[in-house]
Design a protein around this ligand. Structure first.
Ligand code: AP5
Ligand code: MG
Ligand code: ZN
Length: 214
């Protein structure tokens, strides 16, 4: 099963993609997590990506597309994968379709986690992220067992650099201008499914499972 998670920054793509990956035993591929891991490790890609991410802008397609195309052709993606944060532009979506077409495949579902902008800013301020394993928490809605310590790997959790309110606002603008058009793109392909992302996390997951099948 090959799934794309769509949705505004903070809609809950990562939260749900992790659970989907576990339930259907497919890899969770988050371009944001890949970039953050590269930043943490001080790679050249990380240094380039950080300049854009800190401003709330998109990393250029040429730094993003090849990375994902390589990743989805690895052995563990044979039975499918869940993409989180990619594609984010029409050219990225076209590159993905072209790469899959070459190997006689196509995406199965694009799941849009729908949350209005008003709800987003609140969520982001409370988010805590583990930069070691990519786990995501929320101080109110999904707290860690021990404050600031990742339940999954024991590393310290932090407020992401791009979760400051003014950067969140910029990310929302970028989302509406560059990523939202993908909703129509996948609607036309007949694979778009929408879920109400303002519900509690478990209810959102149940709605997704109802679409994907148990
Ligand atoms: P990325 O890491 O993808 O960030 P994003 O899309 O802005 O999305 P977030 O990770 O902020 O939110 P999410 O939807 O995953 O929500 P989460 O589950 O954490 O990208 C970061 C940057 O990298 C981009 O700005 C760009 O610069 C660059 N980049 C990445 N991919 C790129 C690409 N393809 N092309 C170009 N540039 C790219 O949830 C948010 C919070 O809410 C959490 O605290 C969570 O616990 C809580 N929460 C989740 N669900 C619920 C719920 N139902 N109720 C209450 N709280 C909830
Ligand atoms: Mg995320
Ligand atoms: Zn962790």
């Amino acid at each position: 099963m090959k799934i794309i998670m769509l949705g505004a920054p903070g809609a809950g793509k990562g939260t749900q993609a992790k659970r989907i990956a576990e339930k259907y035993t497919i890899p969770h591929i988050s371009t944001g997590d890949i970039f953050r891991a590269n930043i943490k490790n001080g790679t050249e890609l990380g240094q380039k990506a950080k300049q854009y991410m800190d401003k709330g802008e998109l990393v250029p397609d040429e730094l993003t597309c090849d990375l994902v195309m390589d990743r989805i052709q690895q052995e563990d993606c044979k039975n499918g994968f869940v993409l989180d944060g990619f594609p984010r532009t029409i050219p990225q979506a076209e590159a993905l379709d072209a790469a899959l077409e070459k190997i006689g495949q196509k995406m199965d579902y694009a799941v849009d986690v729908d949350v209005p902008d008003e709800n987003i800013v609140n969520r982001m301020g409370g988010r805590r992220a583990c930069l070691s394993c990519g786990a995501t928490y929320h101080v109110t809605f999904n707290p860690t067992k021990t404050e600031d310590v990742c339940d999954a790997c024991g590393a310290k959790t932090v407020l992401r650099d791009d979760d400051k309110p003014e950067t969140v606002q910029k990310r929302l603008e970028v989302y509406h201008a560059q990523t939202q058009p993908l909703i129509d793109y996948y609607k036309k392909q007949g694979i778009l499914k929408s879920v109400d992302g303002t519900q509690p996390m478990d209810a959102v997951f149940d709605a997704i499972v109802a679409i994907l099948g148990a």
